[in-house]
Every structure is written in structure tokens, then in C-alpha cells.
Write a protein that binds this ligand. Structure first.
Ligand code: FE2
Length: 284
């Protein structure tokens, strides 16, 4: 199959959105939006203002064993230069409040542009959900109004490690923004893993568990997409990428509202994530 052939068939399978001049997430047709909401994944046209090439270059430089960024201290288990156990993925991960301290100014700014993309996507999910706008901020643990937290991570796959690239999982936060430059990502569709091809000029957007949680009692629930990355070989081009996680405050609360604005449930973020972790462990 030729590339153009493949691209055409995959474009039909995974919808493509863009951000309008009015900062709304838009799809070519309602059917495309339905498909994106059903799958929990879609492509997003890279906004013209985003310096993706600069961020990619920064990410590529981190692979060098002598990169000074490998010396960034660990903050808890989630931040710093981290090699995941049982996975090839290795990453530099930092939460928003550490970006200015450790990332170059242009990269911290890049992260804030991804914040705006994340907010735009989250607001569209809320629009579709029927949840009244007055409670969006509370429902999302502050994220929709620019608070909450976010991770801006630069990942690569260490092929000296024979493990799977990234084991099957769902993301825990609201929305994940991925820049993928090499094959390997797969999502589960109707019980089977399918390739998510690289689509030049586009980011891949995933919906996560916290988004499922806050829309559960609304008019339109979204599901978290299960995904994995295939094992990378040393003969493959080095797979590296940018991953942004839109998250609630990790020590905050999430609220489930219905379309009337009534509270139908709640959880601390800590409890929700602990439950997901437990299920993931059992699932493995
Ligand atoms: Fe993930």
C-alpha cells in the first residue's frame, strides 16, 4: 500500500479537526465530531502560530546521553528525567509550575500554547455535554479557566531495552496532545489495536479518564481511549515525541454535573487516579 493510499483510508477512520479563528474546535461535519467522540481520538491541524519544529528539535537534543537536561532533579515520581519500568519510553516530564525554571523560554511558551489548545478542546467537550458553562471551571478542577495542572513531556524510546514501547493503558487526565513523528502508536477500536499513522502537519488528541469521569452524567459522555506503542527496534528511526497532558490539580477535586447543572457525583483526583491504577494493575 502506498503512503497516499494509506493516508486516505486512515483519514477516513480518524477524524481531523482544526481550531477556528474564534478559538473553537471545529470538524468538517457533525459525523466527524461524532466519530471523534466515539473513538476518543482525533487529529488536530497544527495551528500556524505553534513552533512545533523548535519543540521537536529540543526534544531530539534530549536523547544525547550527555544532555544537561538529564540532570533535572526528580520531583516526586512524576517529574524529572524518568525511564519507565517495563516500557521503552524514557521521558523528561515537568508540570506547568516548573516549566519556566527548567525549560528554555521558548519551550515554556510552547507549553502555554498547548494549554490554550487543551482548554479549547475541553470547552468543546463541555459544549457538547450540555453541562452549563457556569460550572465548567469547578467540574474540571480549574483546568478550563487556565488553572489545574499540565505536564509537558519530551519522550523517546530506548531500544536498548527489549520491552514494549508503551504497554496498553488509558491516560488519566482530561486530554492528551501528542506530536508523533514515527509509527508505533495504536489505539483499541472494537477490541482490536489499530495503527494511528503519522499525519504530517497534525497532532493526535486523546481523551482521558478524568474527562470520562466529569462527563459521565451529562448529555454526552466521552470515553478514554486505550492505546499502546509497539516495541521499537534499534534499526528503526529513533522515535521521539512531545506529550502534553491536560490534568486537574492532582490534590484537587472533580465534580460530575448533569445538563441541569446538578451535582451527580464527585471524587478527589487522588482517589480517582488510585482506582485507575488499581484497575490497570489487575488488568495486566
Ligand atoms: Fe498514554
Amino acid at each position: 500500500m502506498t503512503w497516499s493510499h494509506q493516508a486516505t483510508s486512515q483519514e477516513q477512520r480518524f477524524p481531523i479537526a482544526s481550531i477556528s479563528n474564534e478559538s473553537r474546535l471545529v470538524f468538517p461535519s457533525p459525523k466527524d465530531l461524532d466519530r471523534a467522540w466515539d473513538l476518543g481520538i482525533f487529529y488536530l491541524k497544527v495551528p500556524d502560530s505553534l513552533d512545533l519544529d523548535g519543540a521537536r528539535q529540543f526534544g531530539g537534543e534530549l536523547i544525547a546521553p550527555d544532555s544537561s537536561y538529564r540532570q533535572i532533579p526528580k520531583y516526586g515520581e512524576l517529574e524529572g528525567f524518568i525511564a519507565l519500568e517495563n516500557n521503552q519510553q524514557t521521558k523528561l516530564a515537568l508540570r506547568r509550575h516548573h516549566w519556566d525554571q527548567h525549560y528554555p523560554a521558548a519551550i515554556a511558551e510552547f507549553g502555554r500554547q498547548l494549554d490554550q489548545i487543551g482548554i479549547t478542546i475541553l470547552r468543546e467537550v463541555f459544549h457538547q455535554s450540555g453541562i452549563p458553562e457556569t460550572v465548567w471551571d469547578r467540574a474540571s478542577g480549574g483546568y478550563s479557566a487556565g488553572a489545574g495542572t499540565a505536564f509537558l513531556n519530551f519522550v523517546h524510546y530506548d531500544t536498548r531495552n527489549p520491552d514494549q514501547g508503551l504497554r496498553p493503558h488509558t491516560d488519566y487526565g482530561f486530554i492528551t496532545i501528542l506530536d508523533i513523528t514515527a509509527p508505533g502508536l495504536q489505539i483499541k477500536v472494537n477490541g482490536t489495536f489499530e495503527d494511528v499513522p503519522v499525519l504530517p502537519g497534525h497532532l493526535a488528541i486523546h481523551f482521558g479518564e478524568a474527562l470520562n469521569f466529569i462527563t459521565l452524567h451529562s448529555d454526552r459522555t466521552v470515553g478514554a481511549v486505550e492505546h499502546q506503542v509497539l516495541s521499537q527496534k534499534s534499526t528503526d528511526p529513533v522515535r521521539h515525541g512531545i506529550v502534553y497532558f491536560a490534568n486537574p490539580d492532582l490534590d484537587g477535586m472533580l465534580w460530575q454535573f448533569d445538563a441541569k447543572g446538578e451535582i451527580r457525583g464527585s471524587s478527589s483526583v487522588e482517589d480517582l487516579f488510585a482506582l485507575l491504577e488499581k484497575n490497570l494493575t489487575e488488568y495486566r
